[in-house]
Design a protein around this ligand. Sequence first.
Ligand code: ADP
Length: 508
Amino acid sequence: MAQPSMQSSYPGVHSEVRQFIGGRSRRMLIDGKWVEAASGKTLTTYDPATEEPLAEVPAGDKEDVDRAVRAARKALESGAWPRMTPSERGRAIWKLADLIEARTEEFAQLETLDNGKPLAVARVADIPLVVDHFRYYAGWATKVEGATIPVSTPGQRVFTYTRREPVGVVGQIIPWNFPLLMAAWKLGVALACGNTVVLKPAEQTPLSALRLGELLEEAGFPPGVVNIVTGYGETAGAAIASHPDVDKVAFTGSTEVGHLIMQAAGASNLKRVSLELGGKSPNIVFADADLDQAAAGAANAIFFNHGQCCCAGSRLFVEQKVYDKLMPRLIEHSEKIKIGPGMDLTSEMGPLVSSEQFQRVNSFLSAGRKEGAKVATGGGRPKQFDKGYFVAPTVFTDVKPEMKIIREEIFGPVVCAIPFKDPDEVLAAGNDTTYGLAAAVWTRDINKAHRLAENLKAGTVWINCYNMFDAAAPFGGYKQSGFGREMGKAALELYTQIKTVWVDLGAY
Ligand code: ADP
């Protein structure tokens, strides 16, 4: 096996990051203890800017998931966690946010080294959003309420009320595009509602979740409340989805794996499922939009995080009348983006996360060309790089509705631009997809904007903006982009179950 060696060529790597990658990452968290995989196996993560091995983490599998589920069950039903008051739970979540915030630089560097994203972005977007997200759900811990129900039992006084109880042991399987933020989206609400967790980060980017695990005890979480099992999807992930003692599985990732999770959940114990899956989001620019704003917005919609966003605006619909005005502006934005290693603070776009993704995106680029689409800019790895999974921001034109590049999720910095004539036409085209995660509309016409917002079949619609997120605003999919809403009050539904209690108070 390749011997991981921390990249010494980067200046300014935090000493904690070096130490963590140099050894502590070889253990995962089960029942409050740092342990190796039962099999003793490890997996290697790579720095996508250099293609060099970065760190080793345990390659956990079924046996480790079993141990973690047992720990989570024990922590749910006995010990300190179920006895902690909601206020104490909330304070632990808040403290976790403080501990992460105090280590913003360290976490940002871990994200950059593992995922490839620019450090400048991780510092101001990923990590602050994580902190804010935990703080938001810290507040919810004391507000998970039941109700009193006015029942109509004849001749009898009855007191009926509901309790909102935790779902139980929850398995959470997360992707590599925003490693720590996806952990936060899953953990914050689960903990606020009193559940216990087995979290599996993506095999490409497990480091920040493991580092977060090191802060849990200090934050005040008893052992076994959060267990972090690293490993591959087909082994550790599949073991969570099919485990008979996991009460709920929450998954963010590809639609293809979403199908597998659902099948495993059904075949095992009918565990509850929530899925946040892929997308092919329409981004619609009308002629009456502020075109400078729309062009910048269209670039941000697809190139933010290198297009590795499930909500990326990968289908750009431009009203015919302004197509020739908008496209040069979009291309100019695309060509101005500075590509380079994430650890270089001047980089605006880093490499894709892995060799697999690099090959996948490149195969879409070839398929697009072969099917007759035109590359208006970009189209592969920029010439200045001979290694690293870099792909230039790419704009395809002359795209036909049946082409693979317009129908399938690419998950890279590749946008297809398509002209349209009127709102009905673009609405039909925008909805012509199996996905339904997000959509955007750029226009100064308030009626048109809201009409489109109503009729676009997507879980989020942005008007004159894109990629806006807030811990308080629900996010999730229509159609095969999944179901269940994360964030906001809506997410409490996924992590609680209602118990109805009837009390006979005697006859009137
Ligand atoms: P991508 O294709 O973008 O890498 P995936 O959907 O494969 O995304 O991965 C998202 C998460 O799902 C990762 O944590 C991965 O390990 C996990 N995963 C992959 N395959 C399975 C599976 N068969 N069962 C459960 N989890 C899986």
